[in-house]
Design a protein around this ligand. Sequence first.
Ligand SMILES: [Zn+2]
Length: 155
Amino acid sequence: MSEMRRVTAINNGTVIDHIPAGGAMNVIQMLGLDGGRSSPISLVMNVPSSKHGRKDIIKVEDRELTQDELDRLALIAPNASVAIIRSYAVAEKREVSLGEELVNIARCTFSNCITVNHREPQDHRLKVVSANPLEVRCRYCGRPQDMDALVENLL
Ligand SMILES: [Zn+2]
Protein backbone atom coordinates (compact mmCIF):
# COMPACT_ATOMS: atom_id res chain seq x y z
CA MET A 1 0.00 0.00 0.00
CA SER A 2 2.74 2.47 0.91
CA GLU A 3 4.54 1.57 -2.30
CA MET A 4 1.37 2.14 -4.29
CA ARG A 5 0.77 5.42 -2.58
CA ARG A 6 4.27 6.61 -3.38
CA VAL A 7 3.77 5.93 -7.06
CA THR A 8 0.30 7.35 -7.42
CA ALA A 9 0.01 10.17 -4.91
CA ILE A 10 0.76 13.78 -5.65
CA ASN A 11 1.56 16.44 -3.09
CA ASN A 12 -0.48 19.30 -4.55
CA GLY A 13 -2.52 19.47 -7.73
CA THR A 14 -5.53 18.00 -9.46
CA VAL A 15 -6.64 14.43 -10.12
CA ILE A 16 -9.11 13.92 -12.97
CA ASP A 17 -10.74 10.52 -12.69
CA HIS A 18 -13.32 8.70 -14.84
CA ILE A 19 -12.17 10.04 -18.19
CA PRO A 20 -13.48 7.73 -20.94
CA ALA A 21 -10.69 5.29 -21.91
CA GLY A 22 -8.59 6.79 -24.68
CA GLY A 23 -9.70 10.33 -23.82
CA ALA A 24 -6.74 11.39 -21.70
CA MET A 25 -4.72 12.87 -24.56
CA ASN A 26 -7.69 14.99 -25.66
CA VAL A 27 -8.12 16.26 -22.13
CA ILE A 28 -4.44 17.20 -21.92
CA GLN A 29 -4.67 19.07 -25.21
CA MET A 30 -7.92 20.77 -24.35
CA LEU A 31 -6.63 22.03 -21.01
CA GLY A 32 -3.35 23.16 -22.53
CA LEU A 33 -1.36 20.85 -20.28
CA ASP A 34 1.00 19.82 -23.08
CA GLY A 35 2.83 23.13 -23.42
CA GLY A 36 6.47 23.65 -22.56
CA ARG A 37 5.79 25.56 -19.36
CA SER A 38 3.08 23.29 -18.01
CA SER A 39 3.08 21.17 -14.88
CA PRO A 40 4.29 17.57 -14.56
CA ILE A 41 1.51 15.14 -15.48
CA SER A 42 0.99 11.48 -14.65
CA LEU A 43 -1.26 9.40 -16.86
CA VAL A 44 -3.00 6.20 -15.98
CA MET A 45 -4.70 4.77 -19.02
CA ASN A 46 -7.20 2.04 -19.74
CA VAL A 47 -7.81 0.88 -16.17
CA PRO A 48 -11.00 -1.00 -15.26
CA SER A 49 -13.65 1.26 -13.80
CA SER A 50 -16.39 0.27 -11.40
CA LYS A 51 -18.69 2.77 -13.11
CA HIS A 52 -18.12 2.80 -16.86
CA GLY A 53 -16.06 0.01 -18.45
CA ARG A 54 -12.53 1.35 -18.75
CA LYS A 55 -11.20 4.75 -17.88
CA ASP A 56 -8.20 7.06 -17.92
CA ILE A 57 -6.90 9.07 -14.99
CA ILE A 58 -4.76 12.22 -15.14
CA LYS A 59 -2.78 13.71 -12.29
CA VAL A 60 -1.57 17.26 -12.70
CA GLU A 61 1.00 18.45 -10.20
CA ASP A 62 0.97 21.91 -8.66
CA ARG A 63 -2.05 23.14 -10.53
CA GLU A 64 -5.68 23.42 -9.46
CA LEU A 65 -8.08 23.38 -12.37
CA THR A 66 -10.66 26.17 -12.34
CA GLN A 67 -14.41 25.70 -12.75
CA ASP A 68 -14.13 27.28 -16.19
CA GLU A 69 -11.63 24.63 -17.24
CA LEU A 70 -13.81 21.90 -15.77
CA ASP A 71 -16.83 23.07 -17.75
CA ARG A 72 -14.79 22.67 -20.93
CA LEU A 73 -13.76 19.24 -19.79
CA ALA A 74 -17.41 18.21 -19.68
CA LEU A 75 -17.48 18.23 -23.48
CA ILE A 76 -15.18 15.22 -23.71
CA ALA A 77 -15.38 13.72 -20.23
CA PRO A 78 -18.89 14.44 -18.92
CA ASN A 79 -18.63 11.82 -16.16
CA ALA A 80 -15.21 12.87 -14.92
CA SER A 81 -14.72 13.40 -11.22
CA VAL A 82 -12.12 15.88 -10.10
CA ALA A 83 -10.25 16.11 -6.81
CA ILE A 84 -8.09 19.01 -5.72
CA ILE A 85 -5.14 17.69 -3.72
CA ARG A 86 -3.30 19.66 -1.06
CA SER A 87 -0.57 18.09 1.09
CA TYR A 88 -1.39 14.59 -0.22
CA ALA A 89 -5.04 14.81 0.86
CA VAL A 90 -8.24 15.52 -1.04
CA ALA A 91 -9.02 19.12 -0.16
CA GLU A 92 -11.96 19.60 -2.52
CA LYS A 93 -14.03 17.59 -4.93
CA ARG A 94 -15.29 19.40 -7.97
CA GLU A 95 -18.02 18.42 -10.34
CA VAL A 96 -17.67 18.59 -14.06
CA SER A 97 -20.90 20.15 -15.17
CA LEU A 98 -22.25 20.65 -18.63
CA GLY A 99 -25.25 22.57 -17.39
CA GLU A 100 -28.00 23.43 -19.86
CA GLU A 101 -26.02 25.75 -22.03
CA LEU A 102 -22.37 26.24 -23.00
CA VAL A 103 -21.67 29.95 -23.19
CA ASN A 104 -18.46 31.05 -24.89
CA ILE A 105 -16.82 27.65 -24.58
CA ALA A 106 -16.92 26.58 -28.22
CA ARG A 107 -17.96 28.05 -31.55
CA CYS A 108 -20.73 26.61 -33.73
CA THR A 109 -19.14 24.22 -36.23
CA PHE A 110 -21.18 25.47 -39.21
CA SER A 111 -19.26 28.13 -41.07
CA ASN A 112 -22.41 29.79 -42.42
CA CYS A 113 -23.90 30.24 -38.95
CA ILE A 114 -24.63 33.83 -37.90
CA THR A 115 -22.43 33.43 -34.81
CA VAL A 116 -19.43 32.71 -37.02
CA ASN A 117 -20.14 35.41 -39.62
CA HIS A 118 -21.69 38.12 -37.50
CA ARG A 119 -19.90 41.48 -37.39
CA GLU A 120 -21.04 42.36 -33.90
CA PRO A 121 -19.35 40.44 -31.13
CA GLN A 122 -21.85 38.14 -29.49
CA ASP A 123 -21.90 35.19 -27.14
CA HIS A 124 -21.44 31.72 -28.52
CA ARG A 125 -24.30 29.73 -27.05
CA LEU A 126 -24.73 26.00 -27.45
CA LYS A 127 -27.69 24.24 -25.93
CA VAL A 128 -27.15 20.89 -24.24
CA VAL A 129 -30.04 18.75 -25.52
CA SER A 130 -28.89 15.54 -23.90
CA ALA A 131 -25.96 14.69 -21.63
CA ASN A 132 -25.81 10.95 -22.27
CA PRO A 133 -25.34 10.42 -25.15
CA LEU A 134 -24.03 13.93 -25.48
CA GLU A 135 -26.02 16.07 -27.90
CA VAL A 136 -25.37 19.77 -28.33
CA ARG A 137 -27.13 22.19 -30.68
CA CYS A 138 -26.32 25.74 -31.66
CA ARG A 139 -28.66 28.22 -29.98
CA TYR A 140 -28.79 30.35 -33.14
CA CYS A 141 -28.93 28.01 -36.14
CA GLY A 142 -30.30 25.03 -34.21
CA ARG A 143 -28.03 22.53 -35.89
CA PRO A 144 -26.59 19.55 -33.98
CA GLN A 145 -22.85 19.75 -33.38
CA ASP A 146 -20.39 17.01 -34.22
CA MET A 147 -18.36 16.48 -31.04
CA ASP A 148 -15.00 15.92 -32.72
CA ALA A 149 -15.45 19.09 -34.74
CA LEU A 150 -16.64 21.01 -31.70
CA VAL A 151 -13.53 20.10 -29.72
CA GLU A 152 -11.53 21.70 -32.56
CA ASN A 153 -13.65 24.86 -32.18
CA LEU A 154 -13.01 25.56 -28.52
CA LEU A 155 -12.61 29.23 -27.72
ZN1 LIG B 1 -24.82 27.82 -35.43
